[in-house]
Write a protein that binds this ligand. Structure first.
Ligand code: PGA
Length: 254
């Protein structure tokens, strides 16, 4: 099974999101071996989910949220809790680098969010990755190890076994400057090794994706990597032809 995730970020009105969804539905054929997960802006999630229920196969696309808060309810203006979205979404992105950079999310907060996701049976997609300086100075593996050690701190080993981790080097996100597949393969192996060191056999079961300037032209190179379970796609997921072509590559690779 391969996982192809579409992170629409802060793009699209409800009407635009619906249009993109319909185009994707027309272009992508039903298949058993690729899990396609859409992460629309929260404002469009309810409409899309209801619309998806009317398709011949309502499970053709799965849904996720781009962010959640770790508390279940309370006076937290503007935040959305896991119980609020669990009927609409099966997945939640946690710790995306844009949240860490622009909204000051720390590893400590990420750990609480991961714990809250599992408490309500939503599968988290944890994003980790090094910045350009750490990459150039050769610190990527250490950065990833430190992030994982703190981010996974509140989870049990059986939860870690169900976790999806996206290796997203920050310098590759939205830049067109994608990671060399061989380097990505090493980082994917490192992520699995760290999870194994921390959580034993269960830790090694973690699913690992690559993300960062994925396009139709480079998708296959990542999908073929040893240990790569799929892709997290940002920019290219807003174009239905590009995204459908990436899904097609996954169908051909499994
Ligand atoms: P990108 O974004 O594909 O536009 O680089 C990936 C992501 O941030 O998840």
């Amino acid at each position: 099974m391969k996982y192809i995730l579409a992170n629409w970020k802060m793009h699209l009105t409800v009407a635009q999101a619906l249009l993109l969804f319909n185009r994707l539905d027309q272009k992508i054929k039903d298949n058993q071996n690729v899990e396609i997960i859409l992460f629309p802006p929260i404002s469009a999630l309810f409409t899309l989910k209801n619309h998806a229920e009317t398709l011949k196969n309502p499970k053709k696309f799965k849904f996720g949220v781009q962010n959640i808060y770790f508390r279940d309810e309370g006076a937290y203006t503007g935040e959305i809790s896991v119980p609020m979205v669990k009927d609409l979404a099966a997945y939640a992105i946690v710790g995306h680098s844009e949240r860490r950079i622009y909204f000051g999310e720390t590893d400590n907060l990420v750990a609480k969010k991961l714990q809250a996701s599992f408490r309500h049976s939503i599968t988290p997609v944890l994003c980790v990755g090094e910045n350009a300086i750490d990459h150039t100075e050769g610190h990527a593996q250490k950065i990833i190890t430190d992030q994982l050690t703190e981010d996974l701190m509140l989870l049990t080993s059986s939860e870690v076994a169900k976790l999806i981790i996206a290796y997203e080097p920050i310098w590759a996100i939205g830049t067109g400057n994608f990671a060399d597949p061989k380097e990505a393969e090493k980082m994917i192996a490192k992520i699995r090794e760290v999870c194994g060191d921390l959580y034993g056999k269960d830790g090694e079961k973690v699913k690992v994706l690559y993300g960062g300037s994925v396009e139709p032209d480079n998708a296959k190179a990542y999908l073929k990597l040893k240990g790569c379970d799929g892709l997290l796609v940002g920019g290219a997921s807003l174009n239905y032809q590009m995204f459908a072509s990436i899904v097609d590559s996954a169908v051909q690779t499994v």
